[in-house]
Write a protein that binds this ligand. Structure first.
Ligand code: UD1
Ligand code: CA
Length: 455
């Protein structure tokens, strides 16, 4: 049965010590709130309503995706008041699931279990914690039935000893919701409208109160400080690593990989320590990623080796290539199969044909390189005249000596050889040797200058 989802996200998050609204802080490369929305979407809800407030329009601006309803709560008078703001946007025939924008690890499976079944009931997601401090406590009677949720600030000594806590996530019956929210009062320690007071209203109306637990307790961790954000990030990354290992990816150390987006690996992929993957990265069968690489929005072909300390951004690397160590592959780069890009080589907006190599200290920008080309050490495409960018074309089977400058726009035709140190400003003919003459001069009897004052 489809539910309404309301995500409460209007709170300030004072303890973050940040100007950014709390729910926009990033977890694995995406805002906290985006993780909650993703979990909610898996339920295929009737609608998703986000209650925002603190930080102004930044929240809807950052997440203004289709299919979300944003409702402003100003001022923030408590969780009960927050849900009330969403009420006019909900389908009253359906139950309403309340989520928190700052509880980002909540798993869809846990939510599905909470929403399972039918009939009119109030279902609360609770957890047993060793350290329940800061949470509302679940009060039960002798028959283990829930009789109240008591906020810590309102709790007595004995109630504070209860280890079962309110995660804040709950499912409320659609027909009762409006009536209950209208009856909440703010007569409590915090002068807030507590959503948790619906427990008393359910008892009064003889609506069944049930609880369920998350699969793992870390799912319900809230983010209130940078410390908690870092903790939640580590848990999230550890979970991602477990999934990669289960899928057969060989991680040198599951504690030392960061995936900020989606990483899709073929069979027998090996990833060494301290690699960061951002956006969407696809790695083909038998590829190897060396230590300390940063790879963003890229496709890496089968059996390719990315050697340590390489950075690849918005690029497509073919099969059986060797890239790095210390290579920088920038946006718009396409490497065909069997390409070698070596240390301190930067490639930008260029295509490199099969079997071509640039092994040492080169800049290749806005260039089309054919097949079986060898670019010598220190070679630079001079693609920028200070105003415009120009293209360089290097056809198949070209051999470029060391320290060559190719001043674009320029074409080097197939099979040409360019001698070391040449500055090429005109097109180079096919099959010939081209070099620029620089005479080697010997000045006989020349003396080095001496330090002044010395003889
Ligand atoms: C709430 C629960 C508590 C539970 C805890 C779990 C109530 C009264 N208490 O307490 O039982 O153990 O969460 O973390 O519900 N929010 C708004 N508008 C507001 C107030 C809050 O949108 O006016 C949002 C916050 O942004 C946050 C969530 O609601 O996402 C919870 O608010 P918070 O102030 O953290 O509630 P707690 O006092 O921790
Ligand atoms: Ca809280």
């Amino acid at each position: 049965m489809a539910v309404n989802v309301v995500i409460l996200a209007a709170g300030q998050g004072k303890r973050m010590q940040s100007a950014l609204p709390k729910v926009l802080h990033s977890l694995a490369g995406a805002p906290l709130l985006a993780h909650v929305i993703a979990a909610a979407r898996e339920l295929k809800p009737a609608r998703i309503c986000v209650v925002y407030g603190h930080g102004g329009e930044q929240v809807p601006q950052a997440l203004g995706a289709a299919g979300l309803t944003f409702v402003k709560q100003q001022p923030q008078l408590g969780t009960g008041d927050a849900l009330k703001q969403a009420l006019p946007h909900l389908d009253a025939r359906k139950d309403t699931l309340v989520l928190y924008g700052d509880v980002p690890l909540i798993a869809a499976a846990t939510l599905k279990a909470l929403c399972a079944g039918s009939g009119e009931r109030l279902r609360i997601l609770t957890a047993e914690l060793d350290d329940p401090r800061g949470y509302g406590r679940i009060v039960r009677n002798a028959k283990r039935a829930i009789t109240a949720i008591v906020e810590e600030k309102d709790a007595g000594e004995k109630q504070r000893g209860i280890r079962e806590i309110n995660t804040g996530i709950m499912l409320l019956p659609g027909k009762r919701l409006g009536g209950w929210l209208g009856q909440l009062s703010n007569r409590n320690a915090q002068r807030e409208y507590y959503l948790t007071d619906v427990v008393a209203l359910a008892l009064k109306d003889r609506v069944k109160i049930e609880s369920s637990a998350p699969r793992d307790n870390w799912e319900i961790l809230g983010v209130n400080s940078m410390q908690q954000l870092a903790q939640v990030e580590r848990i999230h990354q550890a979970q991602t690593a477990v999934r990669l290992l289960e899928a057969g990816v060989a991680l040198a150390d599951p504690m030392r990989i960061d995936v900020r987006g989606s990483l899709i690996c073929g069979r027998d992929v090996r990833i060494d320590v301290n690699c960061v993957f951002e956006g969407t990265v696809e790695i083909g069968d038998n590829a190897v990623i060396g230590a300390n690489c940063v790879i963003r929005n890229a496709k890496i072909g089968a059996a390719t080796r990315i050697e340590p300390f390489s950075m690849i951004d918005d690029a497509k690397i073919g099969k059986n290539c060797r890239v790095g160590p210390y290579a920088r592959i920038r946006p718009g780069t396409r490497l065909a199969a069997d390409v070698h890009i070596g240390n301190f080589v930067e490639v930008k907006a260029s295509s490199v044909g099969a079997g071509s190599k640039a092994n040492h200290l080169a800049y290749v920008g806005d260039t089309s390189i054919g097949r079986n080309v060898n670019v010598g050490a220190g070679t630079i495409t001079c693609n920028y005249d200070g105003v415009n960018k120009h293209r360089t074309v290097i056809e198949d089977d070209v051999l470029i000596g060391s320290d060559v400058q190719l001043v674009a726009p320029v074409t080097v035709h197939a099979g040409a050889t360019i001698g070391a140190g040449a500055t090429i400003t005109k097109d180079v003919p096919a099959g010939e040797l081209t070099y620029t003459e620089m005479k080697q001069v010997v000045k006989r009897g020349w003396k080095r200058p001496l330090k002044i004052g010395k003889r």
